[in-house]
Ligand binder design. Sequence first.
Ligand code: ATP
Ligand code: MG
Ligand code: MG
Length: 386
Amino acid sequence: MDRQVVGILGGGQLGRMLVEAASRLNVQVRVLDPTAQSPAKQISNFTQHVDEPFTSSEAIHALARECDVLTVEIEHVNCAELAAVEESGEAKVRPSAAAIRLIQDKYMQKEYLAAQGVALPAYTSCDTLDEARAAGEAFGYPFVLKCRLGAYDGRGNYVVKSRDDAEAGFARLGGRMLYAEKFVPFTKELAVMVVRRPGGQVATYPVVETVQRGNICELVYAPAQIDGRVREAAMKVATDTVSCLPSGSAGIFGVEMFLHEDGRTVLVNEIAPRPHNSGHYTIEACCTSQFENHLRAVLDLPLGDTSLKVPAAAMINVLGGANGYTSVLDPCLASLEVPGATVHLYGKADAKSGRKMGHITVVADSALQLRRRTDLIAGKLANASG
Ligand code: ATP
Ligand code: MG
Ligand code: MG
């Protein structure tokens, strides 16, 4: 188990939590990230990390030569070089370069999933202002203009409110490849982590509810408070979505979904080919965390139990706020006195507004107890960020 060396492209908080899981299994990890003091490198006393961009072709090959398996904690990587690594046999790439390439382009991802019969919001290609206006006619207003590549935390999205607003959307997202999507009137956003071994076997985590504020995930509730039929539907959509990905799609995947206001339709928003913010709760609340299961999957080891080991859990993101690092530390300090709470700080120096600096997981015996505990922390968070 501990003989294979894993190389991770990206050294942020997801890489850091992968390193935590790897250390328990005594799996060696080498991290490729331009920052020498990146969150993942800080907690791994190992001199062979690579301080280069995770898009650099030379750095990717240098990492591959030192590792048995390459994986990613971010999808915005250089897939052409990862494909070259696969071809040369320098290292295995999991998920495969083709799977990452498919998912990193949100329009190609939609085209693929639609062809596989996955339920999605209506969408269309959109390269010109005229096409955006045509999308508005077809979908009605508002609709969403989305960047195909490089999107995160909603930064590549623009909600077009009227025909006249389309021009502003184009200006805001200027010059990037776009597509258009119908606005989904959802009552909840749901998410499911699904882990897949190289042979195709999958295991599915519980359905959780995610709450976004300003397009950034703020809270996750596990399990989601939804009726049994919706739960079954979301589990099936998520499992089918990850199962239909091309062969070579090994690792953990986050499946983001909308629960339509009709109360039963579940649509896929997007998938992530890596550990996901909606799966952080699994560290304290599930038998095997998303991070450990990702490692097991990319190393082709038996998958761990994905079930909840507590009745209820929540995850609260700690973001940089108006008061800098005070906005971060105050709620973390407060949570030390909350039963069932676990603090995770990522070791990022610059607490700029909206940046994910850490998270707090809360476990409880009931939904009511969970609500009481999370409210205590959420109150501190609101005060601290001013
Ligand atoms: P990330 O990768 O960080 O999750 P992203 O930049 O890829 O985010 P999306 O997931 O596409 O962005 O959208 C961010 C949020 O915007 C969603 O979680 C949802 O709240 C809202 N949103 C996105 N698409 C739609 C839609 N078609 N209808 C309604 N709301 C939407
Ligand atoms: Mg995304
Ligand atoms: Mg998203």
